[in-house]
Design a protein around this ligand. Structure first.
Ligand SMILES: [Zn+2]
Length: 373
């Protein structure tokens, strides 16, 4: 597998040009763990973009999608990276996506390309296409997003994590610098192709890979239950535990996952992710070993060798049964699995009491018991 550290590729022309444009060559060195907050901007297959991209829900006076996130991130001292699925333009036109991009840039956040190519290029996730078609898809999306944003588009995340090594080759050929499609905790094509389940920054096929961070919620012998660091499906306590663990290891980056519909997933306002984000922001700001960074700033520091971190590529923190149980209560109404997990101790106690009761009744009914005075 031809991968090497980015420092060895100091002369990478795409990265060099990108950082020259960014004008960040003289930023100071740092010795902390970078926290990247990343948002996929998209609607469901048959979804309403006003709801799932902009977050216009009837029970909230303000939209809770991208406009809210862009403003709230800025208030919390977070520079977010928003990966925009421009391919769904074919479903509903330009207006909603361009409005989202305007808000993202107005608050100083970053734009990357998100590829669910189906509405424009037909069925199949990105990795289902051969290399040549992947190049076409990526170039089309890059050019449109660059036109809409007025920015160079150099970072990418595949929809559904449907990237493979061809994707990274295509990105490299097109001048992209970084990719965030690697999600080792889900069975994605790329995670099956690479030799190790990286959980921290690496260079693969000459692209800086920024994996979506994952953790083991439970470990029992060889069994482990893995989970993405996602603002919706993880609790604040779990995310704080992962951040603390990476900071202790002096890991390079934690990549937190969100969606434009994270606060409106069920068609109504859900402010729990915003509350979690505020707790995470407070934790990061109070911990000198952690620092929010935009992807550009991180890549600049990485390239200059200014980050005195140690990539924790094979490090998978464990959050444990107790935090898993607490999260099940927190998300009690979000599906039967959470409810079953939350109620499982009560069920176990009830079952044990029932067994004891039956045993006692059996003993009382036995001839010996009946013979007692
Ligand atoms: Zn997506």
């Amino acid at each position: 597998m031809p991968w090497k550290t980015l420092m060895e590729r100091f002369s990478s022309s795409a990265l060099f040009t990108f950082l020259a444009v960014a004008g960040l060559f003289h930023a100071p060195a740092w010795a902390d763990t970078s926290v990247l907050v990343t948002v996929d901007v998209e609607s469901y297959t048959n979804g309403d973009p006003s709801l799932q991209v902009l977050g216009a829900v009837p029970d909230s006076s303000e939209p809770l999608g991208v406009p809210f996130m862009a403003r709230r991130f800025a208030e919390l001292g977070i520079r977010g990276t928003f990966y925009v699925n421009v391919y769904e333009r074919a479903k509903y036109g330009d207006t909603v996506l361009r409005r989202a991009i305007r808000d993202i840039l107005a608050y100083g956040h970053e734009i990357g390309l998100h590829t669910h190519p189906q509405p424009t290029f037909g069925p199949g996730g990105l990795s289902r296409h051969p290399l040549a078609i992947q190049k076409q898809i990526l170039a089309w999306g890059r050019d449109l997003l660059s036109d809409w944003s007025g920015m160079p588009i150099l970072i990418h995340r595949a929809g559904g994590y449907m990237a493979n090594l061809d994707t990274l080759q295509a990105l490299q050929a097109l001048g992209f610098v970084a990719d965030a499609s690697l999600a080792p905790s889900v069975p994605s094509p790329l995670s099956k192709q690479i030799p190790a389940p990286y959980n921290d920054v690496a260079e693969i096929e000459e692209i800086v890979e920024l994996p979506v961070t994952y953790y083991a919620q439970i470990r029992l012998g060889p069994y482990e239950s893995l989970r993405l660091v996602d603002i919706e499906s993880s609790s604040a306590e779990e995310i704080l535990a992962v951040l603390a663990a990476f900071a202790r290891r002096n890991g390079c980056a934690v990549n937190i996952m969100m969606h434009s519909f994270s606060l409106t997933r069920y068609g109504k306002a859900d402010r729990r992710p915003a509350t979690k984000l505020a707790r995470i922001a407070q934790f990061v700001h109070e911990n000198e070993s952690l620092q929010f960074r935009g992807t550009r700033e991180f890549l600049d520091g990485w390239r200059r060798g200014a980050i005195q971190c140690t990539p924790a590529r094979d490090f998978v923190p464990t959050t444990g049964l107790w935090l898993t149980y607490l999260r099940a209560w927190e998300r009690f109404g979000d599906g039967w699995k959470n409810a079953a997990m939350a109620l499982s101790p009560a069920g176990a106690v009830s079952f044990a009491l029932l067994i004891l009761l039956l045993r006692r009744r059996k003993n009382l009914d036995s001839p010996v018991a009946r013979a007692r005075p």
